[in-house]
Ligand binder design. Structure first.
Ligand SMILES: Cc1cc2nc3c(=O)[nH]c(=O)nc-3n(C[C@H](O)[C@H](O)[C@H](O)COP(=O)(O)O)c2cc1C
Length: 384
């Protein structure tokens, strides 16, 4: 089932926040939900101690508030991630925030090493066929003030809790301003985590991988600092599992160092990977595609980045096993280019404990029920 996206790319972030969700998410009420379920509900999958109908959902990003998260759960996505929040109100980059991108590699994929990421990738408004869509998203991780997002996140969690086998994951990140010391930056993460826990969040995801904050300035490229931040955050949140969201990493060593600074200290229980791949974007004339200073490059996601996502998940699990980290202490969530049940199964076959889809899910509200039905069929095959 393909339809208009639940996040309307022709509208501003603010309009989406106020008026969304759109497409099939706009009409999902109790009656259509019953039809959408498509299969019986069996909460048998363990997600950091919580039982899910399927280990599949929507990652941090397109679910802007409770209206979006509840619609996602009703549509059959069993994990709904509330878009990354901050300790303070933070403005969104100017419109447009989403463009379609067109990698020219033979198979249409894009890795961080693809020459096009440096030379320029065509970006326009020709979104083409749902299921094959790759986009660039350039939001700058906007956030409402905690006075707004805290009651809304609380409501989102309560709605999720009323439902069997479904879960609301809370995403947050620190905010760095030019006048901030490193200690203040660490403290900002702790404050934001505490604000999220106050809403009732039971698992937290900390974003360390946003490419829109300046090229080469991803927090996850500084594992020592991530280690200090996660230690401080864990001291604040206690037993609540902490996941960190990571960008693609080129070699096993980088992943090993990150694990040594986090998982081995028992401050982090999961990695969610990958975030978008940073690329230079150009229009049909070769000019900068997104208006404004600092927007020469932007993060690419969707179908094109699946090979990079799979590679990273494989790498994380290889390093996990090499370091002797037990599956009960750590899990990886596979993200990147998931457009179908087949893609979902590929990530699961590598050992991902859960899988998420952002771009493709935006255009395909039925993806959650498709995955759930596939898991149900596999369970029946297993029994017979
Ligand atoms: C519209 C949109 C907004 C996003 N915003 C965030 C965000 O706020 N925080 C975050 O950690 N990732 C964000 N992401 C990245 C996704 O969580 C995901 O890592 C990435 O899109 C790759 O998955 P995909 O190929 O299924 O889109 C966003 C993605 C999209 C499409």
């Amino acid at each position: 089932m393909m339809s208009a996206p639940f996040y309307d790319v022709n509208l501003s972030y603010e309009d989406n926040y106020e008026r969304g969700p759109f497409g099939d998410f706009a009409h999902i009420d109790a009656h259509s939900e019953e039809q959408a379920e498509g299969s019986e509900i069996h909460p048998t999958f363990n997600f950091f101690g919580y039982a899910l109908n399927s280990p599949f959902g929507i990652p941090a990003g397109p679910l802007l508030n409770e209206h979006f998260t509840t619609a996602a759960l009703r549509s059959g996505f069993d994990i709904a991630t509330y878009k990354t929040v901050r300790s303070r109100a933070w403005g969104c980059n100017p419109f447009p925030n989403v463009l379609s991108v067109h990698p020219t590699t033979v198979d249409g994929t894009l890795t961080p090493d693809s020459p096009q990421t440096q030379e320029g990738l065509l970006a326009d408004t020709d979104f083409g066929v749902p299921g094959k869509i790759s986009i660039s998203n350039s939001f700058g991780v906007p956030s409402q003030d905690p006075d707004v997002w805290q009651p809304d996140m609380k409501k989102a969690i309560e709605r999720a809790r009323e439902r069997r086998g479904q879960f609301l994951l809370a995403s947050f990140q620190g905010s760095r301003t030019s006048d901030m010391s490193e200690e203040q930056y660490i403290a900002d993460h702790v404050t934001t985590a505490r604000l999220a826990v106050e809403t009732g969040a039971k698992v937290l995801e900390m974003n360390t991988s946003c490419p829109n904050e300046g090229k080469g300035r991803l927090l996850c490229h500084n594992p020592e600092l991530v280690g200090r931040i996660t230690e401080a955050v864990k001291n604040e949140i206690g037993d609540i599992p902490l996941i960190i969201k990571l960008a693609f990493m080129h070699d096993d060593d980088a992943v090993r160092i990150m694990m040594e600074n986090t998982v081995l200290h028992q401050t982090v229980q999961g990695f969610s990977t990958i975030n978008t791949i940073s690329s230079k974007l150009v229009d049909a004339h070769g000019n900068q595609a997104l208006p404004g200073v600092g927007r020469e490059t932007s993060g690419v996601c969707g179908a094109a980045i699946k090979p990079a996502g799979l590679e990273m998940v494989e790498r994380v699990i290889r390093v996990q096993h090499r370091l002797g980290i037990n599956d009960s202490r750590f899990g990886v969530i596979g993200v990147g280019g998931v457009t179908s049940v087949t893609d979902y199964k590929q990530y699961r076959a590598l050992g991902a404990i859960a899988v998420m889809s952002a771009t493709s899910a935006m255009w395909n509200a039925g993806l959650g029920t498709q995955v759930r039905a596939a898991e149900h069929d596999m369970m029946l095959e297993h029994i017979s």
